[in-house]
Design a protein around this ligand. Structure first.
Ligand SMILES: Nc1ncnc2c1ncn2[C@@H]1O[C@H](COP(=O)(O)OP(=O)(O)O)[C@@H](O)[C@H]1O
Ligand SMILES: [Mg+2]
Length: 231
């Protein structure tokens, strides 16, 4: 459908039902994300940022509304198709890294390649390419406990890049990092974006948001405002 639109959300709502309590986490979000965008999502705690990101990343489904990913309606996809799209098109980065604790950096990056059915020889080349791109080729055999927070997040980025996703989604990726390591993560995002990937990141840090090209502010489950950063 729409040219250049990677993601198109129409009137997305999400209501969580916990016992008798209903929480309206998203109350009708309209958002288009173009190919090659560098977008920050900001807003107070509880405003629905993670809920929105999980829906964009196909980790969760909306209560109502329409989501088109590369022009295809996501609700029409079965669970296998969705898992495969998620693995191929989307790289997800979390605040707490979500690395496998007992696996090396190499093995962590290998995981999505195994899911994608890539043969061993191709995997090896790709893993080392991804680790090199985040400056960690020499840490391939290290486990997360042997790495700093910033290095762990860089392994998570290498893992997110393994299947050449079109879009990188990050939920407060620098939230557990000191400002220097956080800065390195944003430097990497900038590089990935310059290489043509769309990058969407949730952040509390205005220094980070100001380096993105567009900033969306959520409040009470709605987009409250939007700003373009002219570089
Ligand atoms: N799995 C869940 N079950 C019930 N309520 C949830 C769940 N996830 C989030 N919420 C609620 O939805 C609202 C939005 O949460 P969230 O998207 O995590 O906000 P943010 O990331 O902006 O802090 C909050 O009120 C939160 O308590
Ligand atoms: Mg959150």
């Amino acid at each position: 459908m729409d040219n250049g639109k990677l993601i198109s959300l129409k009137k997305i709502t999400k209501t969580y039902q916990t016992g008798r309590i209903e929480v309206k986490a998203l109350r009708g979000v309209d958002l288009d994300i173009n190919k090659g965008e560098f977008l920050a999502i900001i807003g107070p705690s509880g405003s629905g940022k993670s809920t929105l990101m999980n829906i964009i990343g196909c980790l969760d489904i909306p209560t109502s509304g329409k989501y088109y990913l590369d022009g295809q309606p996501v609700e029409d996809m079965n669970i296998h198709k969705l898992a495969s799209i998620r693995n191929k098109k989307i790289g997800f980065i979390f605040q707490n890294f979500n690395l496998l604790t007992y696996a090396t950096a190499y093995e962590n990056v290998e995981m999505p390649l195994i899911f994608a059915g890539k043969p061993g020889r191709i995997r090896k080349e790709k893993i080392m390419e991804c680790l090199s791109s985040v400056g960690l080729a020499d840490r391939a055999e290290h486990k997360p406990t042997e790495l700093s927070g910033g290095e762990m997040q860089r392994v998570a980025i290498a893992r997110a890049l393994a299947n050449d996703p079109e879009i990188i989604l990050a939920d407060e990726p620098t939230g557990n990092l000191d400002s220097r390591s956080g800065g390195e993560i944003i430097d990497l995002f900038e590089k990935l974006n310059q290489a043509g990937r769309s990058v969407v990141t949730i952040t509390h840090d205005m220094n980070i948001a100001s380096r993105c090209h567009r900033i969306i502010r959520l409040k009470d489950g709605l987009i409250e405002s939007e700003k373009n950063n002219h570089q």
